[in-house]
Design a binder for this molecule. Sequence first.
Ligand code: NAD
Length: 435
Amino acid sequence: MPFKRTVYDRAIYQEPGPSLDRDNPFQSMRERFDVAAEILELDPGFYEYLLTPARIHITAVPVVMDDGRIKLFEGIRVIHNEILGPSKGGIRYAPDVTLDEVKALAAWMTWKCAIVGVPFGGAKGGVICNPREMSPGELERLTRRYTANLLDVFGPDRDIPAPDMNTNEQIMAWILDTYSMHAKRTENAVVTGKPIMLGGSEGRKEATGRGVMTVTLSAMDRLGLRAAQCSVAVQGFGNVGSIAALLLAEQGCKIVAVSDVTGGYYNENGLDVQAMIDYAEANNRTLDGYQNAQKISNEELLTLDVDILVPAAKEDQITRHVAPDVKAKIIAEGANGPTTPAADAILKDNGVLVVPDILANAGGVTVSYFEWVQDRQGYFWSLDRVNRRLDRLIRNAFDKVYDEAEKYDVSMRIGAYVLAIDKVASALRLRGIYA
Ligand code: NAD
């Protein structure tokens, strides 16, 4: 029976209201999923199965703080789906992490892996904490206890974490060590995004920004734009944003604006991205006080008269209030979920080509897959080989998503969901339902 809107859709199709600007992220994902499911005439049973997380783990993480007090944190790990392989996804440390956010991010991982064609399912983790207020020792104890609580969940053949917001190589090294101590052998394939010395991959740190650069060049090709003609604004100057800006500048684009939590920095003649990276590195990772640029607001950055906009900070930045004023021809979503569903419709009407997050930022999980393959082979590739393979996979994925969007006359975002859901549903059909 084809997919039909039923009782569980009632919550999805609300009248647009203020809540849609700071959406429940799982609901945002589900709205796009719904449109794709309808195009695919997805069986209602498959619909429910593919939307529902396979498992949700919520665990109390007690930590002895530096002052001797015991503080309790909440740890989450959501396994969305394992149909295509072991589940894969980052761990986020932030005070405002919610279960719905982690559920959405886990589902996005499933779709991302399917789009680029790596044999993983999707997962995501989070710990509700404020890492900026914690000492390195407290963070280490938090990470080790979270890992110990999830020993039966993690594993190179089961569920493989990676860094996400506020987690990094060092935190991955602690996860690797804790898991390995219990396994009584060194299991470096249990996490990705770890230091190269511990089995990390060349190019992993730059992979997401590099993927953003690759999809942007592909989108420019489709619109007949040349890099040397294009101006770019990048929101967020962390791992993804700074590398995307640097690589796009290397391709000949003019980066006229970047921003971080301290605001936007604009120079119509082009910014020196490498100098800004060096500045941020020496300045507690922020651009606060950077000269050679005019200070602008976050909203001004999003609506600048540029050819390309790269949101690479956080969710829900391009809302229905901002979307009508966006002048960029291409938006390449480095961040997860930066555009709300209501803004999507406005951008489509205005002819903006949006390269969706589940394609544009899939470079990270692609090189995470390369890292896992290298760990399991015990044979490590050169940076050149990693980058060539990454570029090929991302370019192919872009073309497939673009074709899918043309075939159904939908946005690239819906095209990406159609491609991903179709792939996971086809694999599910082959595997069948175990009874
Ligand atoms: P990060 O912590 O390294 O950087 C985030 C940047 O955004 C910082 O410069 C911060 O100052 C800035 N920022 C925060 N709030 C802002 C605001 N309101 N306005 C402007 N700038 C703001 O994080 P990251 O790893 O670069 O991740 C950024 C986004 O990309 C997240 O949505 C993440 O989920 C997504 N992502 C990251 C990876 C990865 O490999 N790192 C992979 C896929 C997706």
